[in-house]
Design a protein around this ligand. Structure first.
Ligand SMILES: Nc1ncnc2c1ncn2[C@@H]1O[C@H](COP(=O)(O)OP(=O)(O)OP(=O)(O)O)[C@@H](O)[C@H]1O
Ligand SMILES: [Mg+2]
Length: 358
């Protein structure tokens, strides 16, 4: 698979602040690639370096095989969709989408054809003659997308494009964006701080923290096999519990929480007798479901939190007093267990990962 975007040891410094710290990655042609991380971790800066709005202080950026060192933003085969869509209010939807092609002085007939195709792609053909103020937020977002795609960039850069939408619409648009990306086959480089969004849409996710990429993997690998403590805690809901490490070799470790001993896979663990184990809320079983699991123990329910689709239990482990949170899907037939109940709990080997403390 040829690559569309390559970063090779790229760094960016603002004044004396290292915003992007020696990152390398490759985005295969036609894939959906997300940069995911908390506010200030360097996502937008990475995107802006791709588009040529910002220049790296070290390292190399290639797009479609070409070194971008001396290529200005307007000559790059990229196009950007922003969080604030910046549509021209006095122009119709069709005119907004046509704008970039008009600037390029494309022939009339070609513009008409390409605008229709772009509007069809985002399901907005019937809205072609409306003004932006006559559209919903989701529709405006799709106009912005059509406007970027109509120019047929090799790489589409999207900086939190769904950030201004409410949750329900955002989830609809996630599926829509993924469909559009598949349909046009354009490489998408997508920035978000929303893990659910990245997991839903991406072929590959680069998880960033403090200017560095901590893990670059498929959504499932990022979720199931977090490489670092930061990745484990940033994505999904997990218990981070201090453990004694009895022995570690070949990617697994024998660990102990008080009297409870079990095996866990190792992530970023550099050895030693202590560490932190990550146990995802929903990988822990409770009651009858705990039977036959690799690791089993008893606990006391301290708190029960009903959230509609699931029930969260805060459980104190027997023998250590350590409290962990467990998420159980709510099936609507059984009622949640009460605080004060003693329960069996259990989980399987693959559900836990050990990291260095810190
Ligand atoms: N032009 C600039 N001058 C100085 N510092 C900057 C500039 N642009 C960004 N920074 C700093 O670089 C760091 C990374 O910024 P960046 O915008 O890439 O973060 P981000 O991951 O996109 O965050 P957010 O999720 O809040 O958008 C931040 O600490 C930011 O304050
Ligand atoms: Mg940003």
């Amino acid at each position: 698979m040829p690559s569309d975007v390559e970063f090779i040891n790229v760094s960016k410094v603002f004044a004396s602040y290292l915003a992007v710290d020696d990152i390398s990655f490759t985005i295969p042609q036609g894939s959906f690639f997300s940069l995911l991380g908390p506010s200030g971790c360097g996502k937008t800066t990475t995107l802006r370096m791709t588009s040529g709005l910002e220049w790296p202080d070290a390292g190399k950026i290639r797009i479609a095989g070409h070194d971008m060192r001396s290529v200005a933003a307007y000559s790059r085969p990229t196009n950007m969709v922003f969080q604030r869509w910046a549509l021209f209010p006095h122009m119709t939807v069709a005119q907004n989408v046509a704008f970039g092609l008009e600037v390029d002085r494309r022939p009339r007939a070609e513009i008409r054809k390409r605008v229709s195709e772009a509007l069809a792609l985002v399901d907005l053909l019937p809205f072609a003659e409306r003004k932006p103020r006559q559209l919903s937020g989701g529709q405006m977002q799709r106009v912005a997308l059509a406007r970027a795609l109509v120019k047929q960039p090799k790489v589409l850069l999207l900086d939190e494009p769904l950030g201004a939408l409410d949750l329900k619409l955002r989830m609809q648009m996630q599926l829509e964006l993924k469909r559009i990306q598949r349909e046009v086959g354009t490489t998408f480089m997508y920035v978000t701080h929303d893990q659910g969004e990245a997991l839903t849409m991406s072929d590959q996710i680069a998880v960033m923290n403090k200017g560095k990429i901590e893990q670059l993997d498929s959504p499932q690998a990022i979720y199931d096999r977090p490489a670092t403590r930061f990745v484990a805690s940033f994505i999904g809901n997990t218990n981070l519990v201090p453990v004694e490490v009895l022995e570690a070799s070949g990617g697994t470790a024998r660990v102990a929480i008080g009297p409870l001993q079990f095996s866990a896979r190792t992530g970023a663990f550099s050895g030693g007798s202590v560490g932190t184990v990550s146990i995802r809320y929903e990988r822990i079983r409770i009651g009858a479901e705990a039977a036959n699991r690799d690791t089993r123990t008893r606990g006391m329910i301290k708190d029960t939190i009903f959230s509609g689709s699931a029930v969260l239990y805060v459980v104190e482990l027997e023998g250590s007093g350590v409290q962990i949170t467990i998420e159980v899907p709510h099936d609507g037939t059984s009622s949640p267990l009460h605080a004060g109940s003693a329960v069996d709990i259990g989980w399987d080997g693959g559900a836990t990962t050990v990291f260095d403390n810190g």
